[in-house]
Write a protein that binds this ligand. Structure first.
Ligand code: NAD
Length: 732
């Protein structure tokens, strides 16, 4: 056996070579330049062997084939002189290397067990055949569009030659991965077998291919253009283009570029298609959108590794308790959502409520929710029945003492919450963690009177719990490191993305949402139309405009939450009288069918409401700026809406509310849908630069402190440093 750093070469049978990829010390196999060089070296050795029947490429990491190209290398190459030609060459080198897998004088087979995406899927597509392990961990796909790119190592040329044009377009332009069964159906996989049978199946396949010679005929067929009439091609182009435009929403160029490349590449030889692909990839690589989306990749990657506490804390992942049993107090919207998220892991769950009817309704909602199948979007009743055995609704608090974690999600009232704690605390075990899902009440205030405040924290889920990945873990004054780390570990275990935030009004996400929402209402007072505001925010990339968001959150809730924050930061936010006036007029938003917009039509779709103008008029200020406000340009509206968010974020950083500036971006992208193609609020601010932003703020300074940069902001402007560089946690 020849040993090497990232790959092991062995010969399980005299005529079969096995290359096992296993990057030492790494959790995942990624294709760095060094790994590619190693592969080239092995191919050099094997190519000359006339006695070989085949080569199998496998992985030494269970559940992991290849996670893709090394993105840190990508990042490091940003800003290289002559980026376009650098990228073109990088792609061509990869393509030429992988192409050797379909030219060597023996059969090549990728034996895939686990994740096989991006560059890994490209390597596998250049092999003559692929065998895959059955089971949910095998995932095959091309997620490059999610980074603002498309496959650049021959994926756009190979895929349509293996599984046809429409399947490739859907996979490459859509960016979603498929499982082994789907891969078999599409023609990616020749065989799907149990994981422990993967290598024997690959060896068998080699013998079959050698006997039939089919792989040689396929090599010839896949090197030429794809056989398809012009009419078929143009029909496919039109339908696929509609699908892709809808996916890319006009803001993401990569899916469109992928579609165009797959179609253009289908008319020429595979080699020519690769050259075109490399040229196109060079145009996408390093663009602002690519950089922003790469940033999000690294934000989420960092989050996965972050324990939620400083590395100097005497707590390690091994010593952080696992949460297995959960009790939820309050069976309302949030309580039921949280209970269901836990129960889906097939672990014991209890839920209680003082109101028996609410409890019954909540229990039904929990079972309904656990029956929901993400993949099929259908309900699996058998699953609900099976999980019901592990779930209990109760009004007996002593049952709750059995659980590792108790999450309180009762009404947003400080007295009620405190009362609940004093009733339940005597029943709780020494190690049990008590957490509140409050959205506005400071955790340290709720902790007053608790005997064990170090075991108490905030775990703030967002609504709807199933869809929203973000969770804020709030560290109160007395919360222990172990408690924070356990909450972080737990929320990750149920598939969420926790951001640890220091206690404070509105915590992180709602505090940063306030400037945006409050400014929108103020702009209405300046005569800007509802439609102009929503349009400007959506043009910036927000999933919905601020006025639409008011309706969705509920105007009564917005008044309540807004008051907490306005009271906390009176120098910056005053709260517009418009929203309370609408509530007084019985307009609560989507929930009762009428808010700023009307939803009182058959499909409950949003539509302009002629009645709103009369309600707004008394609040529109008759000032000289009124006229200007009414006709304000989209760019000015964007500045008015988003600059106060940046100044507030800078205050958040100065207060060290989050452990790393990147948490601000993670929170806003996954909490309010801040446009991913901008990379996050602070990433966006950093691309403009603090000095430029200070200049942009100047014309608005008369509007008050919300448009005035704080010390940290001015310091960054002076030194030229980035928000991302102002401080950081060890997980960075
Ligand atoms: P909800 O009104 O739907 O449910 C609250 C439930 O608590 C009701 O069923 C009520 O009967 C029950 N309850 C009241 N007093 C109780 C007591 N003493 N003991 C046990 N149960 C009691 O409210 P919700 O929207 O689920 O909100 C719950 C908590 O989650 C609040 O703190 C809220 O701020 C927070 N939150 C809500 C949202 C949201 O969008 N709804 C989002 C994030 C956080």
């Amino acid at each position: 056996m020849v040993a090497s750093a990232a790959m092991r070469l062995s010969f399980p049978e005299p005529s079969i070579a096995l290359l096992t990829l296993d990057l030492p010390g790494k959790g995942a196999n990624v294709l760095s330049q060094r790994v590619l060089e190693e592969l080239a070296g092995h191919l050099d050795t094997l190519e000359s062997r006339q006695d070989l029947a085949g080569l199998v490429i496998g992985s030494g990491k269970p559940g992991q084939f290849i996670a893709g190209a090394d993105l840190r290398e990508f990042l490091a190459s940003m800003g290289t002189p002559n980026m376009e030609s650098f990228t073109f060459e990088m792609c061509r080198r990869g393509q030429r290397l992988f192409a050797r897998l379909s030219q060597v004088p023996f059969v090549t087979v990728a034996a895939i067990d686990g994740i096989c995406v991006g560059g890994g899927a490209e390597l596998a597509s250049w092999c003559d055949r692929r065998v895959m392990a059955s089971g949910p961990r095998t995932q095959f796909g091309f997620p490059e569009v999610k980074l603002g790119l498309y496959p650049g190592w021959g994926g756009t040329a190979r895929a349509p030659r293996i599984v046809g044009l429409s399947g490739s377009i859907e996979m490459i332009a859509g960016g979603e991965s498929i499982g082994a069964a789907e891969a078999l159906k599409m023609g990616w996989a020749s065989d799907v077998v149990a994981s422990d049978n993967l290598l024997p199946a690959a060896f068998r396949l080699i013998q079959l291919e050698r006997a039939s010679g089919q792989y040689l005929r396929d090599r010839v067929a896949t090197s030429g253009p794809i056989k398809m009439s012009e009419t078929e091609l143009s029909f496919l182009g039109i339908t696929a283009s509609a699908f892709v435009q809808q996916q890319s929403k006009g803001a993401y160029p990569a899916p469109v570029a992928a579609l165009e490349q797959i179609l253009a590449g289908s008319r020429v030889s595979s080699e020519e298609a690769c050259v075109q692909e490399a040229k196109g990839m060079a145009r996408l690589f390093g663009t602002p959108i690519n950089q922003a989306l790469l940033n999000i990749f690294f934000l989420t990657d960092r989050n996965k590794k972050d324990l939620g506490i400083d590395l100097s804390a005497p707590v390690s992942n091994a010593t952080v308790p696992d949460i297995r049993t959960l009790s939820v107090l309050g069976a309302g919207i949030m309580g039921a959502g949280i209970a269901a998220a836990h129960l889906k892991r097939e672990l014991p769950t209890w839920m209680s409520d003082t109101n028996p009817e609410a409890l019954e309704r909540g229990c039904r909602n929990v079972l309904d929710e656990v029956a929901f199948q993400k993949e099929t979007k259908r309900k699996d009743v058998d699953q609900a029945i099976r999980l019901a055995a592990k779930f209990q609704g109760t009004t007996h608090l002593e049952l709750l003492a059995k659980s590792d974690l108790v999450i309180e999600a009762v009404v947003e009232n400080e007295q009620v919450k405190r009362q609940v704690y004093s009733t339940i605390e005597p029943y709780l075990g020494e190690q049990t963690i008590l957490a509140s899902n409050t959205s506005t009440i400071p955790i340290s205030r709720l902790a007053i009177g608790l005997k064990n405040p170090q075991q108490f924290c905030g775990i703030h889920f967002f609504n709807p719990v199933r869809k929203m990945k973000l969770v804020e873990v709030i560290r109160g004054e007395h919360t222990s490191d172990t408690c924070v780390a356990a909450a972080v570990k737990y929320t990750k275990a149920i598939g969420k993305m926790p951001v640890v935030v220091k206690d404070g009004p509105g915590f992180l996400v709602n505090r940063l949402l306030l400037p945006y929402m409050d400014e929108a209402a103020k702009l209405l007072e300046e005569g800007v139309s509802i439609e102009a505001l929503d349009k400007a925010a959506k043009a910036f990339g927000m999933p919905m405009g601020p006025i639409e968001l008011y309706d969705m959150v509920g105007l009564d809730t917005a008044v309540f939450a807004g008051k907490v924050l306005c009271d906390a930061f009176p120098d910056r936010f005053s709260g517009s009288p418009i929203v309370p006036a609408l509530v007084a007029a019985g307009r609560l938003g989507c929930k009762n069918g009428i808010g700023f917009y009307s939803y009182r039509n058959k499909k409950q779709r949003r539509e302009p409401d002629p009645g709103i103008a009369g309600l707004l008029t008394p609040f529109v200020k008759q000032t000289p700026s009124n006229k200007a406000g009414g006709g304000m340009k989209k760019e000015a509206l964007t500045e008015r809406l988003f600059l106060p968010m940046v100044t507030e974020a800078s205050r958040v950083l100065q207060e060290r509310l989050v452990r790393d500036p990147r948490d601000v971006d993670l929170g806003l992208i996954f909490g309010i849908g801040f446009p991913p193609f901008r990379g996050g609020l602070l990433f966006w601010a950093d691309t403009l630069g603090a000095a430029k932003l200070v200049e942009m703020l100047k014309p608005y300074a008369h509007l008050g402190p919300r448009y005035q940069p704080n010390e940290l902001f001015l310091d960054l402007a002076r030194t030229g440093k980035k928000f991302y560089e102002c401080y950081g946690s060890a997980a960075g």
